[in-house]
Design a protein around this ligand. Structure first.
Ligand code: TYM
Length: 344
């Protein structure tokens, strides 16, 4: 049967990009899945520590991320929802994959470069010139991600566009391993979200991100209506008159129209919203955008708040612990085959 796997880093309260680009799709896949389909969603705390985190804050973020998954509609009885670090097989498989993975491939990937705040061009500069600053964990991040996926024999991995390179690498890891040891690991398919790239409200040529230092660059799923209004009011647009959809020349405005279309489940395209509001001023348009985000997130926010406030987090902890038990049972199946063919 099919196995669906995906992950999210607990490095802040998830934002509108995570919700539209990932969590909403995870929920949709859950609701459409055949009964035989397995669904696993992991809060990848080991990935989160490639940049050092404050321990108490990381613990808080993990719980907030779990609450967001449930608030988005994931059902813990249907899905296996768990913290990555509670299933040690992830790091075990990572080591094994490291033994067949290529350093050349990893050095061409873009994420470690952007985390070191180098542009793509600078980084073509090369690996040798910055390797003093580059931590091994950040560099091998994609190997751990490949392990996450291959550990469960995932057939389908739903993601936003920024993760496509990591998925190609995961397939490469499976191929390399299988060529060396026999057909054990499954090559996963990428399921690219329709809302594949929600942009920053402050710098609309960059993606919306949990780790950007300006909190006004993103809408968190728990932002209240006033906060949403304030962030949209200062969202960067342009001074041209009227409303039109033109991502190349009007990226800020076009991102707002994209968001409205995503929140409308793409019944209407961004061009339709542009036509509908073509004569509006930016100020008027932003009132409409605020309304659509506030309404689109209302039920997620309410559910999130009630999960966070209810019983001192006992329910969330219980969901996490049950997830660990179910995930380890699945992980053990792959790992025993892997250990056997290697001779461990
Ligand atoms: P992360 O935590 O950055 O993001 C989680 C999911 O949200 C999507 N996403 C976006 N989609 C649209 N617009 C945006 N602005 C936006 N920002 C984030 C991401 O594409 C992702 O699907 N390395 C992964 C976590 C991971 C993982 C895995 C994912 C670890 N192991 C195995 C899939 C399978 C990450 O940092 O996602």
């Amino acid at each position: 049967g099919d196995v669906i796997f995906s992950g999210i880093q607990p490095t802040g309260v998830p934002h509108l990009g995570n919700y539209l680009g990932a969590l909403q799709q995870w929920t949709r896949m859950q609701n459409d899945a055949a009964p035989s389909t397995k669904l696993l969603y992991s809060i990848v705390d080991l990935h989160a520590i490639t940049l050092q985190q404050d321990a108490n804050q990381l613990r808080r973020w993990k719980r907030e991320t779990l609450a967001t998954l449930l608030a988005s509609g994931l059902d813990p009885d249907r899905c296996t929802i768990f913290y990555q670090s509670t299933v040690p097989e992830h790091t075990e498989l990572m080591w094994i994959l490291s033994c067949t993975a290529s350093v050349g491939y990893l050095s061409r990937m873009t994420q470690w470069k952007s985390k070191l705040a180098l542009s793509d061009q600078d980084s073509a500069l090369d690996f040798a010139s910055i390797r003093g600053k580059l931590r091994l964990g950040l560099f091998s991040y994609p190997v751990l991600q490949a392990a996450d996926i291959l550990l469960y024999g995932a057939t389908h991995v739903p993601i936003g566009e920024d993760q496509t390179q990591h998925l190609e690498f995961a397939r490469e890891c499976a191929t390399k391993f299988n060529r060396a040891y026999g057909e054990i690991l499954v090559e996963p398919r990428t399921i690219l979200s329709t809302a594949k790239r929600v942009m920053s409200l402050r710098e609309p040529r960059l993606k919306m991100s949990k780790s950007h230092q300006d909190p006004r660059s993103r809408i968190q799923i728990n932002d209240n209506p006033q906060l949403i209004r304030d962030k949209i009011r200062v969202a960067l647009t342009d001074s041209m008159t009227g409303v039109s959809y033109d991502p190349a020349n009007r990226p800020g405005l076009s991102n707002l129209l994209d968001i409205m279309s995503y929140l409308d489940n793409q019944r209407r395209a961004p061009e339709d919203f542009a036509r509908l509001y073509h004569a509006m001023s930016m100020r008027e348009l932003k009132i409409e955008v605020t309304k659509s985000i506030t309404e689109g997130l209302a039920s997620v926010r309410d559910k999130y708040n009630s999960l966070m406030e209810s019983d001192g987090g006992r329910f969330l902890d219980e969901v996490g612990m049950n997830g660990t038990i179910k995930a380890r049972r699945e992980a053990e199946k792959t790992m025993s085959a892997v250990r056997r063919v290697i001779g461990l």
